[in-house]
Ligand binder design. Structure first.
Ligand SMILES: Nc1nc2c(c(=O)[nH]1)N[C@H]1C(S)=C(S)[C@@H](COP(=O)(O)O)O[C@H]1N2
Ligand SMILES: [Mo]
Length: 166
């Protein structure tokens, strides 16, 4: 009896891992705490899986040119615009909102600036996505920018650590 209890105890971590793997997100290698959105007036938003899942999910298919050839993928995530709206980051006066950019930084230092005018539905209306899933599975190396229509890969930033509103 005692022996059996030990055996079950030894199996528990494995069982827990299996259970979690079946739960969307829980088994994801994405460490949510590592991604942060810095807004105006010192506002800091932790981009957790839970808060992103609460926003309308959006899908996008992209194919971009990289040094390895054409990289195609189906992505799921949230529109950058939706995220900024939900967090109240954008000024309601569009002329003020349009002064700003979102500087996106990756763990390796790769950085790209996106303008508010580019993603605003009334202006550039580009459906730029902060993606957490690729081809039906959580993206293992973290959140990724997806820029439908871009011919080259540079703005498809992987392993995003920071979004800075400037
Ligand atoms: N974090 C990070 N993301 C990045 C880059 C990078 O250097 N660091 N390079 C970009 C460039 S220039 C390209 S072409 C694609 C390459 O993506 P691939 O590895 O899927 O071909 O990733 C983009 N995302
Ligand atoms: Mo590239």
């Amino acid at each position: 009896m005692h022996r059996q209890t030990h055996r079950i105890r030894a199996l528990l971590p494995g069982l827990l891992a299996l259970t979690l793997a079946g739960v969307p997100w829980a088994g994801s290698a994405w460490a949510a705490e590592q991604a942060v959105l810095n807004g105006p007036d010192g506002k800091v938003v932790n981009l957790t899986a839970t808060m992103l899942a609460a926003l309308p999910p959006t899908e996008a298919t992209t194919a971009y040119r990289s040094s390895k050839g054409i990289e195609a993928g189906v992505y799921k995530g949230v529109l950058l615009w939706d995220l900024l709206q939900a967090e109240g980051i954008l000024d309601q006066d569009h002329k003020t909102a349009l002064r700003h950019v979102l500087l996106v930084t990756a763990g390796d230092g790769h950085q790209v600036a996106f303008s508010i005018g580019e993603i605003a539905p009334d202006f550039g209306n580009r459906p730029i996505l902060l993606a957490y899933e690729m081809n039906g599975a959580p993206i293992p190396d973290g959140l990724r920018m997806v820029v439908p229509g871009d011919l080259r890969g540079a703005r498809h930033i992987k392993d995003i650590t920071t979004l800075d509103w400037r």
